[in-house]
Ligand binder design. Structure first.
Ligand code: NAD
Length: 261
């Protein structure tokens, strides 16, 4: 297990799901963790794992900038993980409202950019830091998510650009692209009937959903000194969802052979 003693990780959306699993992992490895989230109850989730908490909306760049200034004055953050996110309904573009589309871009792309700008900019001045952003398989392929998908594609692109921009300043920027992950957000999609677990499982090479702890493990690795030579990477953690897709043209994934050919 990595020793993250002496590190201070800021995790947006750390009150639930992937962000909370990441906060738990890093706390267990000895890091100081500060969670930024806007949900009711996120403060209690933070308290349960010994993390500090600030109520914040990542789309409010003024509030994010103030928080970055505040934390810099106390314990300068060495890690930023941008997990804040919301899932989109699978509506056709003709009926997807401008309000919902704008919110997708604002929370994911603008929110990620605002946090990277405020926290990453300060890391560069200190020549020390690791950022992990969160995209999605929905941003690497296509699906009926016409705001969410493009926003996630842009996050992967942004992360590579920031990696090039800030590499000379000693700050690494990587991106994790989760597949369908068992979090409260996905549960809400499944309960609403927008998604079916059996279909999602069948579409992945490993035949299952991803656990939030598996995403957290990848984030924790990329944020740790063990990944000191990695920057600008976009890492799918998707139980093989992306590699399985093209097999549909050949009749889908096959069962393993049970006897020698
Ligand atoms: P989640 O709902 O369990 O957690 C997301 C957290 O983000 C919540 O605590 C929420 O309050 C917070 N949040 C939302 N909007 C915010 C804002 N404007 N400011 C601050 N906090 C905000 O969801 P999750 O499944 O853990 O998703 C985490 C990230 O992973 C998201 O970016 C999501 O798009 C991405 N992702 C999830 C899946 C999946 O299948 N669960 C797949 C691919 C990508």
């Amino acid at each position: 297990m990595a020793d993250m003693t002496g590190q201070h990780a800021v995790i947006t959306g750390g009150g639930s799901g992937i962000g909370l699993a990441t906060a738990q992992l890093l706390r267990g490895q000895g890091a100081q963790v500060t969670i930024l989230d806007l949900a009711d109850g996120a403060d209690q989730a933070a308290a349960r794992i010994g993390a500090a908490f600030h109520k914040a909306d990542v789309t409010d760049e003024t509030a994010i900038e103030s928080l970055a200034e505040l934390l810099e004055a106390h314990t300068p953050p060495t890690i930023l993980v941008t997990c804040a996110g919301i899932l989109q309904r699978t509506l056709r573009p003709e009926v997807l409202s401008w309000g919902e589309w704008d919110r997708m871009i604002a929370v994911h792309l603008r929110g990620t950019y605002a946090c990277c700008r405020s926290f990453g900019g300060r890391m560069v001045k200190r020549r020390q830091g690791a950022i992990v952003t969160i995209a999605s398989v929905a941003g690497l392929g296509t699906g009926p998510l016409h705001g969410y998908g493009p926003a996630k594609a842009a996050i992967a692109h942004l992360s590579k650009g920031l990696a090039a921009e800030w590499g000379p300043g000693g700050v690494r920027v990587n991106c994790v692209a989760p597949g369908f992950t068992e979090t409260p957000a996905l549960d809400r999609g499944l309960s609403a009937g927008a998604l079916r677990a059996s279909r999602l499982e069948a579409a992945a090479a490993l035949g299952r959903l991803v656990a939030p702890q598996e995403i957290a493990a990848a984030i924790g690795f990329l944020a740790s000194p063990a990944a000191s030579g990695i920057t600008g990477a976009v890492l799918p953690v998707d139980a093989g969802y992306l590699v399985a897709g093209d097999w549909a043209a050949y009749g889908g994934l096959r069962e393993p052979l049970t006897d020698t050919p």
